[in-house]
Design a protein around this ligand. Sequence first.
Ligand SMILES: *[C@@H]1O[C@H](CO)[C@@H](O)[C@H](O)[C@H]1NC(C)=O
Ligand SMILES: *[C@@H]1O[C@H](CO)[C@@H](O)[C@H](O)[C@H]1NC(C)=O
Length: 680
Amino acid sequence: IVDRPLQVFHVDVEVKDINDNPPRFSVTEQKLSIPESRLLDSRFPLEGASDADVGENALLTYELSPNEYFVLDTINKKDKDKFPVLVLRKLLDREENPQLRLLLTATDGGKPEFTGSVSLLILVLDANDNAPIFDRPVYEVKMYENQVNQTLVIWLNASDSDEGINKEMMYSFSTLVPPTIRRKFWINERTGEIKVNDAIDFEDSNTYEIHVDVTDKGNPPMVGHCTVLVELLDENDNSPEVIVTSLSLPVKEDAQVGAVIALISVSDHDSGANGQVTCSLTPHVPFKLVSTYKNYYSLVLDSALDRERVSAYELVVTARDGGSPSLWATASVSVEVADVNDNAPTFTQSKYTVFVKENNPPGCHIFTVSAQDADAQENALVSYSLVERRVGERALSSYVSVHAESGKVYALQPLDHEELELLQFQVSARDAGVPPLGSNVTLQVFVLDENDNAPALLASPAGSAGGAVSELVLRSVGAGHIVAKVRAVDADSGYNAWLSYELQLAAVDTRIPFRVGLYTGEISTTRTLDEDDLPRQRLLVLVKDHGEPALTATATVLVSLVEGSQAPKASSRASAGLAPEVALVDVNVYLIIAICAVSSLLVLTLLLYTALRCSAEPTESACGQVKPTLMCSSAVGSWPYSQQRQQRCVLGRARPRPRPRPRPRQTSWPSAPAFHRAQW
Ligand SMILES: *[C@@H]1O[C@H](CO)[C@@H](O)[C@H](O)[C@H]1NC(C)=O
Ligand SMILES: *[C@@H]1O[C@H](CO)[C@@H](O)[C@H](O)[C@H]1NC(C)=O
């Protein structure tokens, strides 16, 4: 402004710029997030710098710190300004370089130039470009069978180089895994633990191949694989099994040693020593096990059987494996021993003695034989029978019979002691086996005497009833003269045949000058006879045995007293009725001749025997002829009675002995006729 006049002048003042301002970035650090998956030549614009100066001083150029990934490009703006752009020259890899730090420098065109810089932080964003992986493609696991559920088999650890959700993994069984394995194992999706989920049995399957996938959660997901080989180890969890397969039972007691009775097979599902089975049998039995092939055995007979000793065996076959502890199984075999007819029926005694009273009722039971047979069933079914033979004229079976089943022995008819004192026979016992076995027992039946025979007077003529005998006696004989002898026999034996004689006095006639010997039967004078004695006297002699009750017989003796001058021989004989005297003489002569003949035959035989002895060739002919006669004389029952009686007539002076068995069985010799006459 100028005064007076006031004038106003305009003055333009131009301030000339000098480069006094550096380029400036609005921030000190620029952050860029770039996914690692960006393709090459991708462009990333950056915020440019500003310069307060003008003109040349504000003309900026940019420069990037050296790196291998990016180059710098610039874009001109309309206002002639330009801003920088990053261009990707090499693919990023987050796993290699998760972030990059670059420096962007802006330089102005002033002189001297100023620079400004900003730090670029490039964060490489993750892309799911890495699959999860396991450290090994195959894992081998060994474990024992029969593990409880939830036992850890393996803990799988996969790794994924990605991050975030791309690193999150899920474990699962591969689709290749069959359902059987899926049932038995369980995998924890998150942690990768594989656990036992069901019974795992070595005998079922001893290896498992489990394919495992691991998948991350990226988009698209990536998958890793591995295989787990589970090898199971055997445990001794199976007992052996014993099977008795074929039986040939029952075993006959005569079976051969070595005969196969049963086949036995053993098995064990375990393997190795756990499955190795040894077989054993109950000790102390007549059987043994013979191994025919691996795990096959035969039960064979080891020693002879005897059903009568042991009729059945209860065998136990024990199979034991080689595990530790070992397991075992048993099978029992009942071996029954079948009977064979190897035992004959036996009687407890070889000989039985039976006493039977004579005159038994017909069909009476006298004894029971009983034989035992150790066998069984029909082999022990004993039947009895009589061993037939002849008894004298008759068959044994007419005397006795044996009941086949009960063994009762019956007397079929009344036995007579006087006919048969001893009946000896055999009873045979026989079983029903095939072939049958038998044994014999001897029965001695003694027939006991009963007093069933009255004394019988000997040599009474058939005509003279009551046994009347006449005797002539000289009046001149003195005391003690034997006038006559009453002879009687009793067919019984023992006391029943022991006879005693007594005189029966008719009246109170004590004048009778005779008496009779109590046991001899001899009638003798008691005193010297005189004239007063009646010329004819009748004596009654009572003969009595000692049976219970006693039986009697009466003999009548007529005694005629004659004077000494009378020679009574012939007449007396006639009156005594001894007509057969001539016959007796004849018999005596024959006997003498016979004895002489026998004696000379004996001498001859002895001589012959000695001669043959010297020539060392013994002959039995002489002996053989003698024997039957000896036997005949001892066979009581078959001795014809009439013959004895005849002999007794002849036995003159043989004085009857006072013994309870007066049967005249002794050797006899002939007596002179004169003596004989005196008997009567
Ligand atoms: C996986 O990791 C767990 C825990 O660290 C470890 O116990 C296991 O042994 C690992 N598994 C393998 C196969 O290395
Ligand atoms: C039994 O006696 C009969 C006849 O004497 C004979 O044939 C048989 O052999 C005897 N039996 C025995 C076992 O002795």
